[in-house]
Design a protein around this ligand. Structure first.
Ligand SMILES: C[S@@+](CC[C@H](N)C(=O)[O-])C[C@H]1O[C@@H](n2cnc3c(N)ncnc32)[C@H](O)[C@@H]1O
Length: 220
């Protein structure tokens, strides 16, 4: 995602009450941060934040964590948090590589991957957020029966991801080739990228993968 550098983006993000400067401090203790034991759902690569701020507003009984590595984009997300605040949303500026430093095994109930960068070149395969390297990290951090919800506009990336989820032993619950013409559309919350693709009339591919308690453990 290319964005011109927002002036004061860093300051805006770092001074916001929903921003967590040292997420490693809450590893295994996110319930203390949120002051409840509600389920934890994280979005990796939240971008400008329409999806996660909407969900956090709709579902006060779920704790949401937005993870985004670009601070200039996070500034846009922060601006979507209403003045009245969202107590069930935490915002983290970091790369997904560091997830094991922020969460204990079994601490996450659900992971959202929305329009993740497809990294089409073979030599960049390991950067894809559905590469087996990441799927093994997610597996460790998700509760048994935890879910990963993935959406993309890129058919090659979708097919690749299905293969990776299956190889990593996840159970594919839903595999949808045209989300906006499916029965799941009514419950769907759109992202900024998704809105753009819908306007272009492009199909959105979506899947839900479940951590199977019997799944094999493979080296990362
Ligand atoms: C194509 S954008 C999609 C943004 C948003 N999810 C949407 O659908 O509108 C991908 C976003 O993921 C972020 N991102 C990519 N790789 C990441 C990683 N390894 N860790 C954290 N964020 C990442 C990028 O900075 C970018 O904002």
């Amino acid at each position: 995602m290319r964005l011109r550098n927002l002036p004061h983006a860093n300051e805006l993000v770092r001074n916001h009450p929903n921003f967590i400067p040292e997420p490693e401090e809450y590893k295994g203790r996110w319930s203390e941060y949120f002051q409840n034991t509600n389920p934890i759902h994280i979005e990796i690569g939240s971008g400008k934040g329409k999806f996660i701020t909407t969900l956090a507003g709709q579902n006060r009984g779920i704790n949401y964590i937005a993870l985004e590595r670009q601070v200039s984009v996070l500034a846009k997300l922060i601006r979507k948090i209403p003045g009245t605040g969202l107590k069930n949303l935490a915002v983290v500026n970091a790369d997904a590589e560091f997830l094991p430093q922020f969460f204990s095994p079994g601490e996450i109930n659900r992971i959202y991957l929305n329009f993740s960068d497809p990294w089409p070149k073979k030599r960049h395969e390991k950067r894809r957020l559905t590469n087996s390297r990441f799927l093994e990290i997610y597996k460790e951090l998700l509760i048994n029966d935890g879910m990963i919800c993935f959406k993309t506009d890129n058919r090659d990336f979708f097919d690749y991801s299905i293969e990776q989820f299956e190889l990593a032993g996840y159970l594919l619950v839903n595999v949808i080739y045209d989300l906006h013409n499916s029965h799941l559309v009514n419950d769907n919350v759109t992202t900024e990228y998704e809105e753009r693709f819908i306007k272009q009339g492009l199909p959105i591919y979506a899947l839900t993968a479940r951590k199977d308690i019997n799944m094999p453990k493979r080296p990362v």
